[in-house]
Design a protein around this ligand. Structure first.
Ligand code: FAD
Length: 459
């Protein structure tokens, strides 16, 4: 058999790197995947952050393209909507969609990564663990990898590098040394810390499993996503430093007693579910959140970035991984369509950059919605109207969340339509406490004038 003519070296065998490895192998590419960490299948998953992730239609479509969806979904838990915990009242489910065909799925980052690594290896990708990219000579096309265990290095020739090495990408730094990528990072003034709700004594879930739980508290919040071992991962999002409003912040909660007192006051119902609060608080770090903006994602035909390495975003739309997976399908498609790597990489960047920018902005917008608005009367009325307009104008007025989460239309198109729809909702509900007295003729006319029918991208 002839050796495959085309070879790509992928940096990072995390979520996007492993998926891309499968997709490329199936197209006949020769693929090497280099990963800084050890093999999670041998030594357990040491991902170090966000234990579980919300998987939506964009991500599932990419997994289907790699025949990975069935294996991943065996570990997934359905989340029908947001279960909002306010005060002493019973939590209320706000459905994400119309029925159980419009839901999202909680998946464990480690399980997902392991499924994808197994499939990449089975497809013929060569996996190299404990091999962190250290430096690159783009002129001689040689890359140096370092084993973090003993600091030893090895030099490897390459045809082209694909950077799937996450927000702190070493490949991006190497590219930036030879060509200004126009990089800017906006750090959020909020960070996050993870805590765990264990199973009940009888082994079941302690709270409703088929929901994403939210405890909104204005400038901060807790969320909890289910895991298939019947636990929940709770994430507290909170400012790093106390501001002028005197609200709580991580810098005031350095010791466990202060943190416990804060939870007793603001999240008593969540605290009651976290028996090892002191251990989790002391043991888990505060994570940083940032949006990474890059003018340029590729270096002619020698290197290209995707996923978090190209466009890390804040996690409030649950789309970072979904977007990274969409990138993988898009890059594979451009490599199919263009024999010349520089042309393929440029076409990939041109297609995906506006969409990445759109979901980055929508993720920032969603933070305000989750922490501040989900229990607000204006918001709930607008949400009610949004659903009513969806029924009155099916396929034309499609709720924002549905466009991002249940469809695969470009994120940039979803953002443009969201802006138009938000204007309609705000104008129609201004000064109203219920939908009863709305001027439906005027609203319908506005919808028809401003929104064209919308079709999803065909499967
Ligand atoms: C708190 C939080 C919650 C989130 N929730 C969601 C969610 O619900 N839904 C969602 O879609 N997204 C979510 N995300 C975003 C998601 O985690 C990322 O978008 C996704 O992991 C990006 O995948 P990636 O493969 O590009 O990068 P990563 O998953 O970061 O993978 C990068 C890989 O590269 C390796 N690597 C790093 N440096 C090197 C090097 N020098 N050499 C070789 N290998 C290297 C790393 O070890 C890692 O395996 C969340 C993020 C956070 C922080």
């Amino acid at each position: 058999m002839n050796a495959p003519a085309r070879h790509l070296t992928i940096i990072g065998a995390g979520l996007a790197g492993a998926l891309l490895g499968i997709l490329l192998r199936r197209r006949g590419w020769d693929v090497d995947l280099y990963e800084k960490r050890g093999d999670p299948r041998v030594q357990g998953y040491g991902g170090g952050r966000s234990i579980n992730l919300a998987l939506a239609e964009r991500g599932r479509h990419a997994l289907r393209a790699a025949d990975a969806d069935d294996a991943v979904m065996r570990h997934a838990i359905m989340m029908r909507g947001r279960m909002v915990h306010v005060g002493d009242t019973e939590p209320v489910l706000q459905r994400y969609g119309r029925d159980d065909d419009e839901v999202i799925w909680s998946v464990h980052r480690g399980d997902l990564n392991i499924v994808l690594l197994d499939l990449a290896e089975a497809a013929g990708a060569r996996l190299h663990f404990d091999a962190g990219l250290d430096s690159v000579n783009f002129d001689s096309r040689r890359a140096v990898f370092r084993d973090p265990r003993d600091r030893s290095t090895r030099e490897v020739p390459f045809q082209a590098l694909v950077g799937a090495d996450g927000a702190g990408s070493a490949l991006r730094a190497a590219m930036h040394r030879v060509h200004d990528l126009g990089q800017r990072s906006d750090f959020l003034d909020h960070g996050y810390k993870e805590l765990e709700i264990p199973p009940r004594g009888d082994g079941g879930f302690r709270i409703e499993p088929n929901a994403l739980h939210i405890w909104p508290r204005g400038h901060y919040m807790c969320i909890a996503l289910p895991n298939d071992e019947k636990t929940f991962t709770v994430t507290l999002f909170l400012p790093h430093q106390a501001g002028a409003d005197g609200g709580p912040a991580f810098d005031q909660l350095g010791d466990v007693d202060a943190a416990r007192a804060f939870f007793e006051r603001d999240f008593p119902s969540a605290l009651a579910l976290i028996p090892d609060f002191d251990r989790d608080w002391a043991g888990n770090p505060v994570g940083q959140l940032a949006t990474l903006y890059l003018e340029r994602w590729h270096l002619d035909g020698r290197a290209v970035l995707l996923g978090d390495a190209a466009h890390a975003m804040v996690p409030f739309h649950g789309q970072g991984m979904n977007c990274a997976f969409e990138d993988c399908v898009a890059l594979a498609g451009h490599l199919d369509a263009n024999a010349d790597l520089a042309t393929a990489f440029a076409a990939f960047e041109a297609e995906r950059k506006p969409d990445a920018a759109a979901i980055q902005r929508m993720a920032l917008d969603n933070y305000l919605e989750m922490r501040d608005r989900v229990d607000d009367a204006d918001y709930l009325l607008q949400r009610e109207l949004e659903l009513a307009l969806q029924d009155r104008h099916p396929g034309r007025f499609v709720p924002h969340y549905a466009m991002v989460t249940f469809m695969r239309i470009p994120y940039s198109l979803a953002m443009r339509r969201t802006d138009v729809q938000r204007g309609i909702l705000e104008r129609a509900t201004a000064g109203h406490a219920s939908l009863a007295a709305l001027d439906w003729n005027a609203i319908d006319a506005e919808v028809l004038a401003q929104l064209t029918p919308l079709e999803d991208v065909p499967a």
